[in-house]
Design a protein around this ligand. Structure first.
Ligand SMILES: N[C@@H]1[C@@H](O)[C@H](O)[C@@H](COP(=O)(O)O)O[C@@H]1O
Length: 265
């Protein structure tokens, strides 16, 4: 696992955008796994700006979102489909039919989970999976004690996740306690994974996922099993890491190596 420590949230978003631009440049028909929450917002803004500057095109791209609230129709303002439409899809040249979000309002949500897995298989899997990080170490809506081999399925949200996500709902508005989420096994099948985390509130979860034991209690620790996972954090989210000097040294050595060999990371 590669750990990149940057000054602040803007630098994290810049780095994330660079990785996405490189991915699409190398493979214009990339299959991208996307995340919601506040962390990816600055990254999505940069991707929109790059598209508007004709630096990249999403015309051949397909996207799969990690999760969706169970029971919210796609047009509900608090659905993740609506979130993605508002913060990315409406502003780029992606074919709406190539954007996939779990069907939270499906009549048969269990079937919708199996169909989602099949859709990912049909396109040849995900090339680059973006992840945020819940304060309790969740990825997508894989809450602590999620099986590390789990597939897309219905998951119950923890009280902490419900509290953390309440900020997106109006007072008194119905906030789902259930979700459909890609499983950890599903996420680990992505060819590349990039997790972004910023702010001191994420520091304990970052330390657990990078330096803690491989454990279902910290679902994000499953990234320790992935051959191409990169964790991009700001100083605040890195503050609990015990081996920061080493991660900074690795980043410097890696950059120098690519420089000498004139290769793109
Ligand atoms: N299902 C989402 C996750 O995918 C996201 O990573 C997490 C953290 O969100 P934020 O980036 O706002 O801290 O929130 C939700 O639980």
């Amino acid at each position: 696992m590669q750990v990149v420590i940057l000054a602040d949230g803007a630098a994290v978003a810049d780095y994330g955008a660079k990785v996405f631009k490189q991915q699409i440049a190398q493979k214009p028909n990339s299959v991208l796994g996307l995340a919601t929450g506040s962390t990816p917002l600055a990254l999505y803004k940069r991707l929109i700006a790059a598209y508007q500057a004709a630096e990249l095109s999403f015309a051949q791209v397909k996207t799969f979102n990690l999760d969706e609230y169970l029971g919210l129709a796609p047009e509900h303002p608090q659905s993740y489909r609506a979130f993605m439409q508002q913060h990315l899809f409406a502003h780029i040249d992606i074919n709406p039919e190539h954007t996939y979000v779990p069907l939270g309002a499906a009549a048969d949500p269990w079937q919708a989970c199996m169909d989602y897995e099949q859709l990912i298989l049909n396109v040849g899997g995900i090339d680059l999976q973006l992840l945020g990080l819940g304060r309790n170490g969740h990825i997508g809506f894989n809450e602590p004690t999620s099986s590390l081999q789990s597939r897309t399925r219905i998951k119950t949200l923890t009280a902490q996740t419900i509290t953390d996500n309440a900020r997106f709902f109006k007072a008194g508005e119905y906030q789902p306690h259930l979700s459909i989420t890609m499983g950890i096994g599903t996420i680990l099948e992505a060819k590349k994974i990039m997790l972004l985390a910023t702010g001191s509130a994420k520091a304990p979860a970052v330390q657990a996922l990078v330096e803690g034991p491989l454990s279902a209690v910290c679902p994000a620790s499953a990234l320790q099993l992935h051959p191409q996972a990169i964790v991009v954090v700001d100083e605040a989210a890195a503050s609990a890491l015990q081996h920061q000097a080493f991660y900074r040294h690795v980043a410097k050595e890696t950059a120098a190596l690519y420089q000498r060999s004139q290769r793109q990371p």
